[in-house]
Design a protein around this ligand. Structure first.
Ligand code: BES
Ligand code: MN
Ligand code: ZN
Length: 485
């Protein structure tokens, strides 16, 4: 989608979008020859500007047919504007309309930028493998022209546009199948971030073996695809912020379960078991793209979990980089094995004060919270509060769950320092306890279990079915609040 800015409606615009606050129809000024008819039609259709409502009609304007779209703005808060923009675009994306103008008259700059952010998020699609898509399902909309030339260079828009580009990268990484995105190709796909000033460190098998990452490599050893540890560093502070915020993502590019093989039904979903790493990569793109005044490092632990003659067995004992030993009871609890080494290496290398990990870690998280919140586990109340707040503001919501010694002892092993699974109950919490054993003293840590959030079975105002890009808006907001304000 191209976003353009001009003060006049382009001659080839075949649609125009107006945002209407709740109960604001009567006061609405429509700069159209048949504005009165449109308003009467909307009223007859019982459109009253409620959030999520969209009214569509056609008028003759300068002897041409013009599609008119009214989208409900609800109370008109920034978040409302975002979903109103998304809802309007969802309506016309594959409608036949090619060029939509957006009339900004009812919106101030910040709200308008957020409206367009929603529009940009909702216009993302992944149709590249659909060679026989019915004509009527194909996207027709190519251009959006906002009738406000000044907005083009306003920071409100350019920042959000960069965030939407980050979300798009995450969605692409998540949506691509595992024969396209595997550890090496994940890294290759991220390499464009170098052009934005992001510094890369990439470790392969041999380097990780020398460092003693037995837990991560134990997961990888059943796969033909070699593992990667990818670190992306962005410093927009000229060295002023000495230690970076650290983000660590689970990047299991396909999770078969390994020898503890998953059931066949639904296994294809495990192509998105790299959603944590995808969110980290997208966040780095957003931050670098908008030149955030922050120092942040994003680390992705990238492996494929396969059953094979060389795969690790239930009962194997592996030694992690920090020397702790782990009895691998279930090879399908692999995410924590990848993360523990990635987290330890991140702390040794970058000495962060705050470490946030993101992972599609447990099915139990979906049982607990469904697809409405990601779980947040933390050793620091302030950090948890800041993240929950950022979640509310950004539209990537979080809900906090407990950690504590009573849960921790559930993963003690009789033959090693710990085992990689606990009993049936509290599966998401014992997974978090496992990770907590790899957090160094003094480090504020939060673990976000995003298993229910990275993939959607139904559309929302800002995404279609499929990859949501969860985490990018959240982490971007956290950086804005905590490092840039
Ligand atoms: N990647 C899965 C978790 C998952 C499951 C995410 C379904 C999204 C949808 C993870 O590696 C896993 O398999 N976890 C196991 C842990 C169990 C063996 C303790 C699970 O949740 O069943
Ligand atoms: Mn698994
Ligand atoms: Zn997994």
């Amino acid at each position: 989608m191209n976003f353009n800015f001009a003060n006049e409606r382009p001659a080839d615009a075949d649609a125009i979008i107006f945002a209407v606050p709740k109960n604001g129809l009567a006061d609405l000024q429509l700069d159209l020859e048949q504005g009165g008819t449109v308003k009467a039609g909307a009223k007859a259709a019982r459109f009253d500007g409620k959030l999520g409502e969209v009214f569509e009609t056609f008028v003759t304007e300068s002897d041409k047919i013009l599609r008119v779209v009214l989208t409900g703005l609800g109370k008109g808060k920034a978040k409302d504007a975002e979903s109103a923009g998304g809802s309007a675009i969802a309506k016309i994306l594959a409608s036949g309309a090619k060029h939509a103008a957006v009339d900004p008259s009812s919106l101030d700059e910040k709200i308008l930028a957020r409206f367009l952010f929603g529009a940009k998020l909702r216009s993302w699609r992944h149709d590249k493998y659909r060679t026989k898509m019915p004509e009527k399902q194909k996207v027709t909309l190519q251009n959006i022209t906002v009738l406000d030339a000044d907005l083009a260079t306003s920071k409100a828009w350019t920042d959000l546009s960069a965030v939407a580009d980050g979300v798009a990268l995450t969605r692409e990484l998540v949506a691509e199948p595992a024969n396209a995105i595997y550890p090496e190709s994940f890294v290759a796909r991220c390499e464009e971030l170098k052009e934005l000033g992001v510094e890369f460190t990439v470790l392969g098998w041999d380097e990780m073996e020398k460092l003693g990452m037995g837990a991560l490599l134990g997961v990888s050893q059943g796969s033909e695809r070699p593992p990667r540890l990818l670190a992306m560093r962005w410093d927009g502070t000229n060295g002023e912020q000495k230690t970076p915020l650290a983000l660590v993502g689970k990047g299991v590019t396909f999770d078969t379960g390994g020898i503890s093989l998953k059931p066949g039904a639904g296994m294809e979903e495990m192509k998105w078991d790299m959603g944590g790493a995808g969110a980290v990569a997208g966040t780095m793109k957003a931050l670098a793209g908008r030149k955030a005044k922050a120092h942040v490092v994003g680390v992705c632990g990238l492996v494929e979990n396969m059953p094979d003659g060389k795969a690790q067995r239930p009962g194997d004992v592996v030694t992690s980089m920090n020397g702790q030993t782990i009895e691998v009871i279930n090879t399908d609890a692999e995410g924590r094995l990848v993360l523990c080494d990635a987290m330890h290496w991140t702390q040794e290398t970058f000495k962060p004060d705050v470490l946030i990990d993101l992972a599609t870690l447990t099915g139990a998280m979906i049982i607990a919270l469904g697809n409405e919140h990601a779980g947040c586990f933390s050793n620091d109340d302030g950090l948890a509060e800041n993240l929950l707040e950022a979640g509310k503001d950004s539209g990537d919501p979080l809900w906090r769950l407990p950690v504590g010694p009573a849960y921790d002892k559930l993963i003690n092993s009789p033959i090693a320092d710990m085992k990689n699974v606990g009993p049936r109950g509290a599966g998401s919490i014992t997974a978090a306890q496992f990770l907590k054993r790899f957090v160094q003293d003094g480090v504020k840590w939060a673990h976000l279990d995003i298993a229910g959030m990275v993939w959607a079975d139904k559309p929302s105002p800002v995404w279609d079915k499929g990859a949501t890009g969860y985490g990018v808006r959240l982490l971007n907001q956290y950086v804005v609040d905590q490092l840039e304000s």
